[in-house]
Design a protein. Structure first.
Length: 352
């Protein structure tokens, strides 16, 4: 039997192969160094520590199971926290700890399809369903003695507006706070690539951008973190802040991310804001590229009972991570000034 001779490898091929292998090895070494730096980052470690909340399971109107956690003493004034798109309830960690230390009861929950909550029943990620989730959580934590203050970041705030559109806010909540959000025109109003905003504002382009179903890389990378930092954070955010959110982004199922993104691209809740008939605080980041302060100003002008518009300096889209002390201070003031006040009364002292 004749044996087939393997082709000879010339010097150029050998050099190219060696260079390729060397590049792979070098890339792997850089990735290990990057991951090791994240794991050792003190801010990342602090943010990743378990919050120690008491778990709650809440069923929404369509049967979707929502995971929530309670912090602080029962009977204390209650704050309900709803996080944003591709986040989890732990995103509120720095705010939760501060509010709990100030004697407040805090309930934070994972939005449908996010964190430990179940995927949406019938794959329904419409804004109306996110609003029904707000109603379910408020109903579940209602002590009967004092209504809660409901706070939303980004999509969580949009959920509050969607809730107000179909429910009586004063029957469930004492006050509200809308943090880093918009209620429509998200694509045309963003500051990521201003010169492309008018082109992206076409319906099909907005759905293609926000509703992209492609999976993200399964591991962190310096490039991905640079994109996240530019898009979502202000200049003072730490590497640990960015890495902490990046992990939540990667853990969000692509189908959930895409379906929710499509709902956001079609969103128009500007009429709903007039139905938010409880004292409402609006918070913006001056350097927010995703929902610039112009959105917050428009919301504040349309509210029936606006009690303040706060624009946090040098802050991007992630105020709960970037400015937890300032945000917690504002939320505590809102709670204290509306507790035991007549329902629907707009307190004084929170200036625009």
């Amino acid at each position: 039997m004749r044996t087939r001779r393997l082709p000879e490898i010339g010097p150029k091929t050998a050099i190219a192969a060696t260079a390729a292998i060397g590049g792979i090895v070098a890339g792997a070494a850089l990735e290990r160094r990057h991951l090791r730096a994240i794991a050792q980052d003190p801010d990342f470690q602090r943010l990743s520590a378990p919050l120690g909340g008491r778990p709650l399971t809440i069923e929404s109107a369509d049967g979707t199971s929502l995971h929530a956690e309670a912090f602080g003493a029962d009977g204390a004034p209650t704050v309900v926290l709803a996080h944003g798109w591709t986040e989890q309830l732990a995103f509120w960690g720095p705010v939760i700890k501060r509010l709990e230390a100030r004697g407040l009861r805090v309930i934070a929950y994972d939005l449908r399809g996010h964190g430990a909550s179940s995927p949406a029943a019938d794959d329904d990620y419409s804004l109306q369903r996110f609003g029904e989730d707000v109603e379910a959580v408020l109903a579940a934590v209602d002590s009967g003695d004092e209504l809660a203050t409901v706070v939303g970041h980004s999509l969580g705030a949009m959920s509050i507006a969607a809730w107000a559109e179909h429910h009586d806010p004063a029957a469930r909540a004492r006050a509200a706070a809308l943090v880093n959000t918009g209620l429509g025109d998200l694509i045309s109003g963003h500051l990521l690539i201003p010169e492309m905003a008018s082109w992206l504002n076409r319906p099909w382009a907005g759905r293609a951008l926000l509703g992209a179903r492609g999976p993200l890389p399964p591991f962190s990378s310096p490039l991905q973190q640079a994109v996240i930092r530019y898009s979502a954070f202000g200049p003072d955010a730490s590497a640990g802040d960015v890495a902490f959110y990046e992990r939540m982004l990667m853990e969000t199922a692509p189908a959930v991310r895409a379906a929710t993104g499509v709902a956001l691209s079609d969103m128009n809740l500007w009429d709903a804001v007039a139905k938010l008939t409880i004292p409402t605080l609006v918070v913006a980041g001056q350097r927010d590229r995703l929902t610039p302060p112009a959105h917050a100003r428009r919301i504040a002008q349309a509210l029936p009972y606006p009690v303040g518009l706060i624009e946090l300096p040098e802050t991007g889209h992630m105020s709960p991570l970037e400015r937890p002390r300032e945000l917690s201070d504002a939320l505590e003031r809102l709670v204290r000034q509306t507790t035991n006040a007549p329902a629907g009364a707009a307190p004084e002292g929170l200036s625009r």
